[in-house]
Write a protein that binds this ligand. Structure first.
Ligand code: ZN
Length: 164
């Protein structure tokens, strides 16, 4: 296994290295996507942000965080929220599957600011929710590593108990 050498802005738990295996699609429930859109709308016009816990490539928990920048153009997951959420994930046996944030006036694609920010934290997927078109919110996932952006498939699962 290639050593990706985690570089983060503050000490992190070992759960992070486990997320390094997440280069493939993330499975996510429709309801969780709806929760991300709801969070984006609640914080608009500022960007919202948060973290998604995962097990075995499937999103298992959504954790809202404070955008320390409180800005419509950028986000920084509040450092204390990061620590708190990582402790919760570790306690629940989850990995950090993704970091999510919203774009309130642009497409669901990483900005240069997002790409720069990801240099410090290359392992998780980045989920971006655009509510620029309020009638058609768009949620997409990306791997952002070494300045390169690669879209990753979000495999949307029907709500529990609703399988065909
Ligand atoms: Zn962004």
């Amino acid at each position: 296994m290639h050593d990706r050498g985690l570089i983060a802005p503050f000490p992190l738990h070992s759960a992070f290295s486990a997320a390094a295996s997440l280069s493939a699609a993330l499975r996510i429930a429709r309801q969780m996507l709806d929760e991300i859109v709801a969070h984006a709308r609640a914080e608009a016009p500022n960007e919202c942000c948060g973290m998604i816990g995962a097990r075995d490539g499937a999103a298992t928990s959504l954790h809202r965080a404070t955008n320390a920048e409180a800005s419509p153009l950028r986000y920084v997951v509040d450092p204390l929220d990061q620590l708190r959420i990582m402790e919760e994930l570790e306690a629940d046996g989850e990995e950090l599957g993704a970091i999510y944030h919203s774009h309130t006036a642009s497409d669901a694609y990483p900005s240069q600011t997002d790409i720069n920010l990801a240099e410090n934290w290359p392992d998780p997927l980045y989920v971006i929710c655009s509510i620029a078109d309020d009638d058609a919110p768009d949620v997409r996932a990306f791997e952002i590593r070494d300045g390169a952006v690669r879209e990753q498939e979000l495999e949307v699962e029907p709500a529990r108990g609703a399988e065909a």
